[in-house]
Design a protein around this ligand. Structure first.
Ligand code: TYD
Length: 128
């Protein structure tokens, strides 16, 4: 899987609100080894600005709106607007990702590997 795609998460809702979950019944692209989340991100803040060598990620916007731009090594660009906690975005390795947060937006990231700074490509020159 080396293309990004969105994943519709299992969602249950009633008059008390909505709930989404990921479990064995979810068609999920990898085994989750790590979960991280972001909050109190300033309006229009750019996060990301890197690619991963091997780690795969699924990101979920849990509040507000996050604009995501992804660029592959061979120059394919994809843009997504994440504005519902019911959808995840799969980001393969070797795609350069940038996320722009709306005010108050929050995000959960699910990763296929433990955190390892050596897995990051943070330099555009190295990526290109
Ligand atoms: P980074 O991945 O650069 O954030 P973003 O892509 O959202 O802009 O991570 C920011 C800092 O947090 C950096 O020092 C690495 C550290 N970090 C961890 O220690 N563990 C983790 O699981 C993650 C995602 C980041």
């Amino acid at each position: 899987m080396n293309k990004p795609f969105t994943i519709e998460l299992n969602t249950k809702g009633d008059s008390r609100g909505l709930l989404a979950y990921i479990d064995d019944s979810t068609d999920f692209p990898f085994k989750v080894e790590r979960v991280y989340w972001l909050w109190e991100v300033p309006e229009q803040q750019v996060r990301g600005g890197h690619a991963h060598k091997t780690s795969q990620q699924v990101i979920i916007c849990t509040n507000g709106e996050i604009r995501v731009s992804l660029e592959s090594l061979d120059g394919v660009f994809k843009e997504y607007i994440l504005d519902t906690p019911g959808v995840g975005l799969y980001i393969p390795p070797l795609w350069w990702g940038r996320m722009i947060f709306s005010g108050g937006a929050t995000m959960i990231g699910l990763a296929s590997d433990p955190y390892d700074e050596a897995d990051y490509i943070r330099s555009r020159e190295d990526f290109i």
